[in-house]
Design a protein around this ligand. Structure first.
Ligand SMILES: Cc1ncc(COP(=O)(O)O)c(C=O)c1O
Ligand SMILES: Nc1c(O)cccc1C(=O)C[C@H](N)C(=O)O
Length: 406
């Protein structure tokens, strides 16, 4: 029998938990969709609004260096995902950044028309890819394949391999280094969506030699609802980097107000318009939580939480099927369980203070975020899930009414 109190007492992440503001009576297992609120964000937002904006007014673009905030916040994220300095920019949403890097990559592979991606990837990736193929109107097409067929799909007509490292629904993780190497052998450029990776475990973009990457700021990075996203380009692509959204802040000299567009050098060319200073400041403050954090240790704790939760669920709710691979190398840090009435089960859990989420058609999703979750909470969440299943408490009409956002 695991001694939960001993695990929590010895937990090095008790320190980071104290950096978050979490409501009493809630066990929050949805940090894979919207990260919890770091305390430092409240103070930073108050300061940015009252002092930087309220008093500094437009002078703060210089006095508080708002103009370079996207690159500065990018440096904080770079460390978490193995990106070299000045290869990362915080900007826009993941969807918009996908558009930018996809067009950029396709232009680097003239004569090849196919974008390969995984079936069952988060919809925006496939939607953007199909939209780009249609927009370019040069015979481009999106080819969706199963995970097991990706390598075989890398023929000489393929320009880009667009993959999400960790699947949003199942939590299954692809082999970034292996697939990137296979793509390189086939002359194919890679784009990695790191939405469910960045801040969850160590990612090594440089080691994998990936070409481009994108990811969002509001999940494991805790930047808040609608936080800006990030975009990465490998050093070899920085010279002459051209992306299609040629907005004024991606210009080499935006304040020359020149008549024609000339891209900024390096990753600065990924900028488009005015950065959202308020939400970027929130993300910047949120990332302070990661100062001094060893991502390997973070992952090790996530693995222990995973084992604890899945062992307890196996014992207490054996009818729930684990949809996430149990082998650590083949998964991210979420737990996905299948049940035909998953939506109602999740509503019953939320009413009992355990917040996870539901994904179509039958997935209960639980995000394990070691920065602010204790072993005791994860065990208690499994017990509450066990009670909901054993008593059939989920089987009530009010739990079956779908909300606008699920
Ligand atoms: C894998 C993945 N990619 C992209 C997105 C969408 O990002 P955004 O809403 O920032 O465009 C999400 C979640 O919303 C996601 O899970
Ligand atoms: N971005 C979201 C939103 O605006 C509302 C509700 C959920 C989200 C999400 O992030 C969904 C998430 N990408 C997922 O993995 O399902």
């Amino acid at each position: 029998m695991t001694d939960i109190t001993a695990l929590d007492t010895a937990d090095p992440f008790a320190r980071t938990r104290a950096l978050f503001d979490l409501p009493d009576g809630i066990i929050y297992l949805d940090g894979n969709s919207l990260g919890a609120l770091p305390r430092a964000v409240k103070g930073r937002m108050a300061e940015v609004v009252a002092t930087q904006w309220g008093e500094g007014l437009i002078r703060s673009w210089n006095t508080h260096d708002w103009i370079d905030l996207p690159g500065r916040v990018g440096e904080r994220i770079a460390r978490l995902i193995g990106a070299a300095p000045q290869t990362l920019m915080v900007a826009d949403s993941t969807s918009v950044n996908l558009f930018k890097v996809l067009v950029t990559a396709l232009r680097l592979r003239p004569g090849r028309q196919v974008i390969v991606s995984e079936r069952g990837n988060f919809p925006t990736d496939a939607y953007i890819a199909a939209g780009v193929a249609e927009l370019l109107g040069q015979g481009h097409e999106l080819r969706l394949v199963e995970a097991s067929e990706i390598e075989a799909a890398l023929g000489d007509d393929v320009a880009v391999l667009l993959l999400t490292e960790v699947n949003y629904r199942t939590g299954a993780r692809l082999d970034m280094a292996g697939l990137t190497a296979a793509a390189q052998r086939a002359g194919v450029l890679t784009i990695w969506d790191l939405c469910h990776s960045a801040g969850a475990f160590p990612v090594d973009l440089s080691g994998a030699d990936a070409d481009f990457a994108v990811g969002c700021g509001y999940k494991y990075l805790n930047g808040g609802p609608g936080a800006p996203a990030f975009v990465y380009a490998a050093p070899r692509h920085l010279e002459g980097l051209r992306q299609p959204l040629t907005g004024w802040l991606g210009h080499a000299a935006p304040f020359s107000f020149a008549e024609t567009y000339r891209p900024a050098a390096g990753i600065g060319a990924m900028r488009v318009g005015t950065p959202p200073v308020l939400s970027m400041s929130a993300l910047d403050a949120a990332l302070e939580v990661f100062d001094g954090v060893d991502l390997g240790a973070l992952r090790a704790k996530a693995d222990r939480l995973f084992e604890l939760f899945t062992d307890e669920v196996k014992r207490l709710a054996p009818e729930l099927q684990l949809a996430t691979p149990s082998e650590p190398a083949r998964r991210g840090t979420q737990v996905s369980l299948r049940h035909p009435e998953a939506y109602a089960v999740m509503q019953a859990l939320i009413e009992r203070g355990v917040i996870g989420d539901f994904r179509e058609p039958d997935i209960l999703r639980f995000g394990l975020t070691p920065l602010y979750l204790s072993f005791a909470e994860v065990k208690r969440a499994a017990e509450i899930l066990g009670e909901v299943m054993r008593t059939g408490a989920w089987d009530q009409p009010r739990y079956k009414v779908r909300a606008k956002v699920v």
